[in-house]
Design a protein around this ligand. Structure first.
Ligand code: TYM
Length: 337
């Protein structure tokens, strides 16, 4: 009931994170950090996209641990599991079902254009499986099941949200209005955080070189060391510019963590040298992540409670998802009992 009445007055948000690798500062600043405070304005659902995690090779034990860790982290970053619906994607079967149905309204050519598919195929040429190709269609199902208005994501997911809109419009046009056509939304600062060692590539969960990625659960001394080693350039000026990618990335990280604009960050460090600047950015990140890490440790100490929260989130999500799925089956012409 709470879900239904909230839905009548508030716009709905859906987003998810995939439990591959180790969640990074990029995931935090580009996405998760903003999610905790959204429930005042929106009716929010957040999922651990575990079905998406098997598109790359992953050991069963690792999948289990990554999933629990990410679920606990969602709550640790400030998402209240009572005010929001937080759950595991695989616990709500409608995701896989709608994913199959939507495959038939997705063109091969448009799916083939997805940048992330192209990049991942190049990265692991030995495992270019159909799931990897189909990944954005399952993501569309995640979003469309909940009649989502807004999808808050980092920059790299916007193309997938665009595909989701196309699928929704195609389905609505073929039958009659069935899905809300959602809008992707990125944060003003922090939408794309780059590797500290290679500021031309995105900071990722499964990067070969761990030193370039800051993980949300890294201990403070490790974070401090990673920032001290961050690449800069030879000209000691702290300004954001296209030819100073390392410094620009650090300024963005600082601005996003300290809650200031990049221009404010620039003037704050106008008289600093690189070493001082890098130390200060590291300190700001450590300070930001400390309460998240503390809350995370508390949550992981009680596995029973974590499982209870997962089950309760899934039950609430299931109720909303089932309505959309049933509608879709009927529109297509399936015989329903
Ligand atoms: P994933 O798990 O790769 O990333 C989760 C969120 O973090 C953002 N992000 C970043 N933001 C800034 N800088 C970075 N370096 C950075 N790296 C990641 C991502 O943009 C994302 O918002 N397919 C999705 C998960 C998903 C999903 C969905 C998202 C499944 N179903 C439905 C939205 C709606 C993914 O793999 O995100």
């Amino acid at each position: 009931m709470a879900e239904q009445s909230a839905n009548e007055t508030k716009k709905r948000i859906f987003s998810a994170v995939k439990p591959t690798g180790n969640p990074t500062l990029g995931n935090y600043l580009g996405a998760m950090r903003h999610w905790g405070s959204m429930s005042d304005e929106f009716d929010c659902l957040f999922a651990v996209a575990d079905l998406h995690a098997i598109t790359v090779a992953i050991e069963p034990k690792e999948l289990r641990e990554n999933t629990k860790r990410l679920f606990a982290l969602l709550i640790a970053v400030g998402i209240d599991p009572e005010k929001n619906i937080v759950f595991l994607q695989s616990h709500v079967r409608a995701h896989a079902e709608l994913g199959w149905l939507l495959n038939n309204y997705t063109m091969f050519g448009e799916a083939r254009r997805m940048t992330q598919f192209k990049e991942k195929s190049q990265k692991t040429p030995e495992n270019v499986n159909v799931g990897l190709f189909d990944y954005p269609v399952l993501m569309a199902a995640d979003i469309l099941l909940y009649q989502t208005d807004v999808v808050p994501v980092g920059d790299d997911q916007l193309q997938h949200v665009e595909l989701c809109r196309n699928i929704a419009e195609r389905f609505n046009g073929r039958y009659s209005p069935t899905f809300k056509v959602p809008e992707g939304r990125t944060p003003k600062v922090g939408a794309r955080i780059y590797s500290l060692l290679d500021p031309t590539s995105k900071m990722g969960k499964s990067d070969a070189n761990d030193a370039g990625s800051v993980f949300i659960l890294d201990p403070p001394d490790v974070i401090a060391r990673k920032f001290k080693r961050a690449v800069t350039d030879s000209e000691a000026r702290i300004v954001a510019s296209p030819d100073k990618k390392g410094i620009t990335n650090l300024l963005n990280i600082y601005a996003a963590t300290a809650g200031v604009t990049v221009e404010q960050a620039q003037s704050e460090f106008a008289d600093s040298d690189y070493a001082t600047f890098k130390t200060r950015v590291g300190e700001a990140v450590i300070e930001t992540l400390a309460p998240v890490q503390k809350k995370y440790a508390e949550l992981r100490a009680d596995d029973g409670e974590l499982m209870r929260l997962m089950r309760s989130g899934a039950e609430r999500a299931e109720r909303i998802a089932a309505r959309t799925l049933e509608k879709v089956y009927k529109k297509i012409g399936f015989v329903r009992g």
